[in-house]
Write a protein that binds this ligand. Sequence first.
Ligand code: SF4
Length: 290
Amino acid sequence: MMKLTNKTKFDVCVASHFGMCFGVKAAIAKTKKLASHTPITILGELAHNDTVIKKLENLGAKKSNLEDHNAKTPNVIITAHGTSDTQRKKWADNGYIVTDTTCPLVHKAHNALKTLILAEYTPVLIGKPEHVEVRGLAGDFPQTQIILNIQDIDKLNIKNNKIGIISQTTQQIDHVNSLLSEIKQKYPNAKVKYIDTVCSPTKERQTALVDLCNKSEIIIVVGGKNSNNTAQLAQKCRNLGCVAYHVQSPNDIKPTWFTGYKKVGITAGTSTPDEDVENIKRKLLQIATA
Ligand code: SF4
């Protein structure tokens, strides 16, 4: 907790883990380096954040769809969320020079799914069917059955009485565990093998959020308005009993929000760069000492 002066209206506490993960940071650094000396097209969104997108646009980076196979530059970038080998090959076969910034922990999820399939488990993936990472996993292994909610478990078609489960790297670990125990209950005689593919930055941020909620009355969650992950984070704070606001820039903050509160927390979505969090922190400290 950041204690200011006697005149401080409230204390400001920043989550111990927050914001952009190492996988997205590395992808952005690689993309910026390439964009600084050659025209590039990014296949999808490197990060759902205006600051990041504007910086890349200023470097001349173009944007295209991963599934289109039609870009305006010879060099194309696969984002940290990864894709299937089929997609990678299609771009290369169409003559593009492919730079792959897939996060190593997404590669790990692909390998885990492959391991389960080779061992003849019915592959089940916990995740959002429309998410680019999930599309990549299912693209490599089309026999994968994707579930997101408890209701989806009823639709599973289990062969061999063997169920192999992984999840999208950014799923909430408690949600994954609850689906896992539902599956075990529904198929008590099946051999269930679960490989934990929720990535460590996601787990650290989830634990840090609970800790932050225990220390704060009101939490400012920093991230792009189109960042689903940031919106989810704000909702999770509310579920944990805190007042939460999702903001993109210091201009979104209203000093009246903090009236009557003594402990204010800050966290950020996984696509939010550190400089956006710093700008918000500065604004909060100004309000706290005004
Ligand atoms: S797998 Fe985790 S560390 Fe890698 S890009 Fe995704 S969120 Fe970031």
